[in-house]
Design a protein around this ligand. Structure first.
Ligand code: ZN
Length: 160
């Protein structure tokens, strides 16, 4: 069975950056299940998987434009430290959760200078070339419930 829109697909994958640092991997755990064709994966990976079948292995190099996009300078802001509430001590590299009009957002503290804190709301993988090493484990038809929910359930199609 080929991977097309409306199939539930299970993949084993390892994601590395251009320095061969492992960013994420399903290996050693459960395969990742997703509903194909609804944008659950980054566009470059979904396109590479189209038409593949169970057992196929592929290496995919995805430019930021087909991954998590380029960093948007408009998502970087400098705010006074005393405006940040609920954190005892702010440190560089810390993730903060903020409430915005669009819901909860995670921002990364990238720099602290005196009372000025630089926060970055870009996706952590924005601007990163993604190197996926993927094995297609299983391809099956999505259940009506999965189509309705817009995501994959477990291997047997039952779920939340
Ligand atoms: Zn569901």
């Amino acid at each position: 069975m080929q991977i097309t829109t409306g199939k539930v697909v299970f993949i084993d994958y390892t994601l590395t950056d251009d320095e061969q640092e492992i960013i994420d991997s399903s290996r050693g755990g459960e395969p990742l299940g997703y509903l194909h064709g609804v944008g659950q994966l980054v566009p470059g990976l979904e396109a590479a998987l189209e038409g593949r079948t169970a057992g196929e292995k592929l290496q995919v190099v995805i430019a930021p434009e087909d991954g998590y996009g380029q960093p948007d300078p408009g998502l970087v802001a400098v705010i006074p430290a005393n405006q940040i509430e609920g954190v005892d001590e702010i440190e560089e590299g810390m993730q903060l959760h903020t409430e915005t009009e669009d819901g909860e957002q995670t921002v990364l503290v990238t720099k602290i200078e005196g009372n000025e804190v630089t926060i970055d709301a870009n996706h952590p993988l924005a601007g990163v070339t993604l190197n996926f090493d993927v094995t297609v484990v299983e391809v099956r038809d999505a259940t009506p419930e999965e189509i309705d929910h817009g995501h994959a359930h477990g291997p047997d199609g039952h779920g939340h």
